[in-house]
Ligand binder design. Structure first.
Ligand code: SF4
Length: 704
């Protein structure tokens, strides 16, 4: 019997962007239970099944325990030397542009900060991108175009304050379960709260919907253009807000009118009943307290940025931004996609939400005292792997992500990594699909072992706390990066002793020469002592001298971060998906998460309880299509595309639109040789954000 005393630690869940506070109960070196933290305002004591099963997904089995070079165990000194010499050799021969980092929304903000500083300030390349590109990049671009800053205006409390919640391309019941529980509770308390779900599939989220618009995939911009026209024609515009706080309304309305003037035609193009469309328009028009939540169904599209702006246009037209219970609201996928963006984890960002204008480059260069500052944007994720495939990038350091499973066209990624001269992988797990290509494998700590911060969907910075010892010789990502930086000759700038020291520098940079012109400002946290950092309570940015306790809502005074300080309407012309259906590949492929798994299952796949929900790769298909193709419910089928194939168990679903199928994104080669759904997705992305079109593939379907 374990007689060691029990203790509790407050931390943050490592999965989705809800960012729930977790109370971890520990006995000795065992995590024995996780419960929701009552004091954390994101979840108020709730947890979903993924959070409550965290104790089943840890342990040392399957972990990468020792550094390896060319598959052989080596000392840390040798591994760091090999990584630094490998990178430096390639830089000497081909220049700094020949090396790249590929990061992850699983990393903590402090890890991300050090990686960006090293590459963009000291190596001199801006080829640093992240798997957040696959998740949120269209929202980042949409926010910047509309608000002049990548900033979510609202907070979770707005869900309870709203009278109408519109969920667009979001299966929150499975992907943001605790927020869904909050919506459920709000609706129970106030049955008059209306919920509209806009999604081609009838998902679990529709269980509480008053209206489900099962629109044709890819038609969201047309829908919101038509809504804008409806609002204008029926006198629901907030003329004062439009006049005082926005630019380009008329252009935007004229563009919308050109394609969405006739409701009957629009309904037929969206493939939804006209009366349903009218109901949605009337509810939106007549409900000042409306929150529109949107997620990957909007983002993962070749016109994702336009969809974001079409949606925001309707909120600007009605003055519904950053008001209690009234705002557009992006639901972030990953636990720290937001924190990564805050330190410049995207190749088109620098740090502290700054871009690559000469002014911003100079400012960051001065702050970092950077000897080799990158001066222009780097490659976004897909372009990064294309550059590796072409041979332009010769070394990549992949940290905490599994691009073989998550990027479109896995075979291409495989070929790129095979060709790459030097592949360094920092990773907690020993056997991921990507690890197969590692020339240098560096064991990293993971949740429950490492310390730092994450930022959730409502801009709330929370602490993840380490409470278990690292297994084997695993080290923290920021430590590994600093050691390589020192070996590259940058010791002084990377002499951090703790994540707290990194956080202080990050906070100071956000306030450096910032007279209120930059939205991301946490300078109020730059002087935290180690002790204050350790006990830091969740807080929403900006945190500065004007808002020392953080900021619930942004843009409350109708002032934005554009040059004119006014929000920008965008003129949006809707576009169909780029992956075109044809007789050989007639089915529209939608991909996404399932309730109890996370990413490529390296953690959640270890829990028997989590595997119970869906235990094998499956294919969700409408019974009409199944009858036509000759599929049996629970039988096996093949989904194919010129790039590859996927085998799975058939699940009949009346919630699928005929002609469209759904595949889960999680299964990887460890679990099945033929379950990589991203192998079927083409390398097509949004031209503004670079986010892949992962939800509108084209495939063939046949019985096995
Ligand atoms: Fe974790 Fe998200 Fe579940 Fe909260 S809702 S417990 S953050 S997976």
């Amino acid at each position: 019997m374990n007689k060691q005393a029990k203790r509790k630690v407050s931390t943050t869940c490592p999965y989705c962007g809800v960012g729930c506070g977790v109370q971890a109960s520990i006995q000795g070196n065992d995590l024995i239970a996780t419960t929701g933290d009552q004091r954390h305002s994101a979840n108020l004591g709730r947890l979903c099944i993924k959070g409550s099963k965290l104790p089943e997904t840890g342990g040392h089995a399957g972990r990468l325990l020792y550094p390896q070079v060319a598959g052989q165990r080596v000392s840390w000194d040798q591994a760091v030397k090999s990584a630094a010499e490998g990178l430096q050799g390639i830089i000497d021969r081909h220049g700094p542009e020949s090396v790249a980092f590929y990061l992850s929304g699983q990393l903590l903000t402090e890890d991300y900060y050090v990686a960006n500083k090293l590459m963009k300030g000291f190596i001199g390349s801006s080829h640093v991108d992240t798997n957040s590109r696959l998740c949120m990049a269209s929202t980042v671009a949409g926010h910047k175009r509309a608000f002049g800053a990548d900033a979510v205006p609202g907070c979770y409390e707005d869900l309870e304050l709203a009278d109408l919640l519109v969920l667009v391309g979001s299966n929150a019941a499975w992907n943001h379960p605790v927020l869904y529980q909050r919506i459920q509770a709000a609706k129970q308390e106030r049955p008059e709260l209306k919920v509209v779900v806009i999604d081609p599939r009838r998902t679990a989220t529709c269980d509480l919907a008053d209206l489900h618009l099962a629109l044709k995939p890819g038609t969201d911009s047309l829908l919101f253009n038509a809504l804008l026209v409806h609002l204008a024609e029926n006198q629901y515009l907030d003329h004062e807000f439009i006049c005082n706080s926005t630019d380009h309304f008329t252009d935007s309305l004229l563009t919308a009118l050109a394609e969405a003037a006739d409701l009957k035609t629009v309904a037929s193009q969206l493939d939804v009943p006209e009366h349903q469309l009218m109901t949605f328009f009337n509810w939106f028009a007549e409900t000042p307290k409306t929150v529109t939540l949107f997620s990957q169904g909007v983002n993962q599209s070749s016109s994702g940025t336009d969809k974001v702006n079409a949606l925001i246009n309707c909120h600007l037209a009605t003055g519904r931004v950053g008001k209690p219970g009234s705002t557009p609201f992006s639901l972030t996928g990953q636990p720290n996609a937001m924190g990564g963006r805050e330190v410049g984890g995207l190749a088109n960002q620098l740090a502290a939400h700054m871009g690559f204008s000469s002014e911003e480059v100079t400012l960051v260069e001065e702050f970092w005292q950077a000897p080799r500052m990158a001066r222009q944007e780097g490659y976004k994720a897909l372009d990064l792997f294309k550059a590796i495939h072409r041979g332009d990038i010769k070394a990549i350091w992949i940290q905490g992500t599994n691009p073989l499973v998550s990027l479109p066209d896995s075979q291409f990624v495989r070929e790129a990594l095979e060709k790459c001269e030097l592949v360094i992988v920092s990773e907690a797990m020993a056997e991921t699909d990507t690890m197969e290509f590692a020339d240098i494998a560096l064991p990293a700590t993971t949740w429950s072992e490492k310390n730092g911060t994450v930022t959730n969907s409502e801009r709330r910075i929370s602490r993840q706390r380490g409470f278990l010892p690292a297994p084997g010789e695993a080290r923290h990502d920021w430590q590994i990066l600093c050691q390589v930086a020192k070996a590259l000759g940058h010791g002084e700038a990377f002499n951090y002793q703790s994540p707290a020291a990194i956080f202080r520098e990050h906070a100071a940079l956000s306030g450096f020469k910032n007279q209120g012109q930059r939205c991301f400002d946490i300078s109020g946290l730059q002087h935290l002592t180690d002790q204050a950092y350790e006990s830091l309570q969740p807080v929403q940015w900006p945190v500065n001298s004007s808002n020392p306790l953080g900021t619930e809502r942004l843009f409350t005074q109708g002032k934005f971060f554009t040059a004119s300080q006014r929000a920008q309407f965008l003129s949006i012309q809707s576009r169909p998906p780029e992956q075109k259906l044809d007789p050989a590949y007639p089915f529209r492929l939608n991909t996404g998460r399932i309730r109890d798994q996370w990413h490529s299952m390296t953690r959640t796949g270890r829990s028997a309880a989590l595997m119970q929900h869906r235990s094998e790769p499956f294919i969700e298909v409408h019974p009409e299509d199944a009858a036509q193709v000759g599929l049996q419910d629970q039988g096996l089928a093949r989904v194919s595309h010129p790039q590859g194939e996927y085998l799975g168990r058939v699940r009949f679903s009346e919630g699928q639109r005929p002609g469209e199928i759904f595949l889960p994104m999680h299964w990887n080669r460890q679990f099945t040789g033929k379950g990589l759904c991203n192998q079927l997705i083409e390398q097509i992305c949004d031209p503004v954000s670079g986010q892949p079109e992962s939800k509108q593939g084209r495939v063939q379907l046949e019985a096995l």
